[in-house]
Design a binder for this molecule. Sequence first.
Ligand code: ASP
Ligand code: MG
Length: 404
Amino acid sequence: MQQVIVQKFGGTSVGSGERIAAVAEIIKNEAEINTVVVVVSAMAGETDRLIELSKLFGDNPNTREFDALISTGEKVSASLLAMALNSLGLKAKSYSAAQVSLKTTSNFSKAKILDIDKTKMEEILADGSIPIITGFQGITETGEVTTLGRGGSDTTAVAIAASLKANRCDIYTDVDGIYTTDPRIVPNAKKLDAISMEGMLELAGQGAKVIQIRAVEFANKFKVPVRVLSSFSSGTGTMITLENDTMENAEISGIAFQTDQTKVTFTAVEDTPGIASKILGPLSELDMKVDVIVQNVGIEGKTDFTFTIATEEKSLLDEAINNIQKSINYKEVIIDDEIAKVSIVGVGIRSHAGVAAKAFQALSENEINIGMISTSEIKLTLVIKKDDLEKAVKVLHDVFELDK
Ligand code: ASP
Ligand code: MG
């Protein structure tokens, strides 16, 4: 039976005439077997160039015109790709988001997809054409052009796959899949054949630029199987699998890490009910994201309360502390930027208490001190000193034999 496959090609994959020709061959091969719908990014560097251009008449261009301008890169690559396919004797037509009624909210530059009229796409397919759709852009109810945020073509592709109930969404990029950790730190990091959606969300959090997080969230919500693979080589990539077929996933999928973290400690706060909400409430009112939270065991009615935030939100901290001051007493606030978070990610964490023990032992044998610990269903996160990070990633990658 023919399957419906959405193929998305990123900027480097369509970065030159040669690359577009190579991509046309990939599409041709898939189209010989399956029904194909294609989504493209702008040619590599093009969106950056357009953003630069937008500053020609002032640093804060009109938001409507800004989106109208930066959405044009995808039109170019879509048309060129259609021409390349035509030259191979295939029927293909480029379409803007407006032409397939990809409706979004009206927040320019960070619009959210509301709805896609799939009848249009079905018409194109029924006519025997391969639709090449511009990623990254949409159209509002009133006909304004919007964009979805940087990297948004991934989300376009997954949304189209969801609306067509496609069998798979293939995200073609310039790396051959998702790795157990950053190969720049651990050279023998291994490509994963499969990873669960939740695992991917955790791993992608480390800043892996491979796929937009929103696209994974979308895929998870609408149950679209996604595969990440390279258009430069012929591997099978990494399948991002739905919850119920995580069976073949390794118990531990990978080691994620983040360095742009700040640790905040309120010392000698009163150890009474309500303290946590009096500290965290004012932070959430400012929309700050608090991550690892630890409250020490109280001594003589006093305790220390510590949490981490993203360093980029540090500028909001003064205002938050001002508000916190109004409702609690404490001795001082200690702010520490020299920390890092390292996380062990995998479904195995759910069922094996041994994972934590093994991690702690390996780190202590290497004299790496653990400052804070937090766990979720599929993630064990440790806060350590920034200077220890590289070593910690290597040690953990090693002890869980992720290179095997
Ligand atoms: N061209 C847009 C960008 O560079 C969208 C994308 O590539 O996904 O962010
Ligand atoms: Mg991208």
